[in-house]
Design a protein around this ligand. Structure first.
Ligand SMILES: Nc1nc2c(c(=O)[nH]1)N[C@H]1C(S)=C(S)[C@@H](COP(=O)(O)OP(=O)(O)OC[C@H]3O[C@@H](n4cnc5c(N)ncnc54)[C@H](O)[C@@H]3O)O[C@H]1N2
Ligand code: MOO
Length: 453
């Protein structure tokens, strides 16, 4: 393909009304934005914590409790009141109901466990290792070192007085009840699950998980063993389920199709067809509210169909003709990038999205990070990520008109191309931490697209 048309692609390759002309390569940034904006988050529902991991919060996470929920000791040691020496009068174990013990009078101390409620009247907590106990009498140890910041627990120079509040966490000092700790759209990670539990939640409102059908096409593909002469191993069947899960989707069982328009039309028609009405269950069954929100899954139960291969313009490349035959609407029809330019995003009438990925495996991965990952992020309700940027330590080949996606390793604010980045092999991508997005003409600092782990 010549470059002159692409240089002005964003302006010249559009029909009146702003739609891209069929076959027009849109700039990479624009393609990613179109994929992000095409997706409306799937409806939300509350799920138990153990089923929320990897989903996006459909509402901000609010603290149901203050944290800490009561005044509590931050160290194992002694809760003390007033000036030393103190008389040790008892012990507070973790788990005691706050406010049930007697208030601590000046000159008294109680042994206390980390996390136990401090008695009313507590001045501070003196850690064991900074204390000097002789029978029932307690004093600060001489010259104790800091345990919780500089000088923590050490009595001050004049008169052995502990700063008020030392090693005591006050109720609500980290977050008061009602505080918004995470915004809607945050990804539920293991840390978020622990945080939600700490703040009193048993369930979380999360967006639905888009179901993704992966269709691998090509007569030449074999799925196991050493390929016979002229054949190649399918690299995308193994790659895509993990990528889909990482991006927020749920992969459906893989479909392998021979080359040919007929099988592809039949598969896409099945995906576009009315969802298994009357079946009562199964992957196509809607969640409550899905229909009201305008969601219609096809008979295959997929929200998104990813078609690998058949994306180019040769006689065996049937994806575009098949989509046109079915009346699909194209959102992106080729992208001005290398590799991965034949990729596309379309929507079948009333049904699922279709993402077309090139057959060359590294090109398919680069394309998936361009269109599929933003689409799945949007459908699953994830906030649009802000990716880090870095300076490249070696100049990659710059393209005057196309964005290049270059596998790199990342060290701090610098990124180093790893090479091995021809479209047909995933070697460079396997060595890399990220793909650097090198815009047309280059840039001093480039965006880094994370690679699925
Ligand atoms: N006339 C043109 N020809 C090509 C163009 C173009 O613009 N004009 N673009 C080239 C680029 S760039 C790419 S990328 C490919 C895209 O090809 P398709 O998406 O149509 O895929 P195929 O033709 O089926 O396969 C291309 C290549 O990839 C291998 N392949 C396919 N599927 C897999 C798989 N699942 N695992 C591993 N390898 C796979 C296939 O054997 C071919 O070698 O088109 C160029 N041509
Ligand atoms: O752009 Mo292709 O997608 O070079 O391999």
């Amino acid at each position: 393909m010549g470059t002159a048309g692409l240089r002005h692609g964003a302006r010249d390759e559009r029909e009146a009304g702003g739609r891209p002309r069929p076959g027009a390569a849109v700039p990479w940034e624009e393609a990613r934005r179109a994929a992000t904006e095409a997706a409306v988050p799937l409806p939300a529902r509350e799920v138990p914590l153990k089923r929320a991991r990897g989903r996006a919060l459909a509402a901000p996470l609010i603290a149901s409790l203050p944290h800490p929920a009561f005044d509590t000791a931050a160290m194992d040691g002694y809760a003390v009141a007033g000036d030393p020496p103190w008389t040790v009068v008892g012990r507070v174990p973790a788990g005691r109901e706050p406010g049930t013990g007697a208030p601590l009078a000046p000159g008294r101390a109680v042994e206390i466990a980390t996390g136990a409620p401090t008695p009313p009247g507590t001045l501070a907590v003196l850690p064991y290792e900074l204390s000097d106990r002789d029978g029932g009498t307690l004093r600060p140890a001489r010259g104790g070192a800091g345990c919780d910041g500089p000088g923590a627990g050490r009595a001050d120079a004049e008169g052995g007085r502990l700063p008020a509040g030392r090693n005591v966490r006050r109720r609500g000092e980290e977050c008061p009840a009602g505080c918004e700790v995470l915004p809607a759209g945050a990804l539920v990670t293991p840390a978020v699950l622990g945080l939600a539990a700490s703040l009193g939640h048993d369930v979380l409102p999360v967006h639905g998980c888009p179901r993704v059908a992966v269709v691998v096409t090509g007569d030449e593909l074999v799925r196991a063993g050493l390929p016979p002469a002229g054949r190649v191993r399918d690299a995308l069947g193994p790659l895509l389920p993990g990528l889909v899960e990482w991006a927020g989707g749920r992969p459906l069982p893989l479909t392998c199709l021979p080359d040919g328009r007929g099988p592809l039309v039949a598969e896409l028609a099945r995906a576009a067809g009315p969802s298994g009405a009357g079946s009562g269950s199964g992957p196509g069954e809607p969640w409550p509210g899905e229909r009201a929100a305008g969601w219609a899954r096809g008979a295959s139960g997929a929200d998104v169909v990813v078609v690998c291969g058949a994306s180019s313009r040769g006689p065996a490349d049937h994806l575009r003709p098949a989509l046109r035959e079915l009346g699909a609407e194209f959102t992106v029809d080729a992208v001005a990038c290398r590799p991965g330019h034949p990729q596309l995003l379309a929507r079948l009438p009333g049904g699922p999205f279709v993402v077309g990925l090139p057959g060359n495996p590294y090109a398919a991965l680069a394309a998936a990070l361009t269109l599929l990952v933003p689409l799945l992020g949007g459908l699953s309700g994830r906030a649009v990520p802000v990716h880090p940027r870095a300076r490249l330590t070696a100049a990659p080949r710059i393209d005057a008109v196309r964005t290049r996606l270059v596998p790199v390793t990342v060290q701090g604010c610098t990124a180093t191309p790893v090479g091995h980045d021809r479209p047909a092999l995933l070697w460079g991508a396997s060595l890399a931490d990220a793909l650097a997005v090198v815009p047309p003409g280059g840039a001093p600092a480039v965006e880094l697209l994370p690679l699925p782990r």
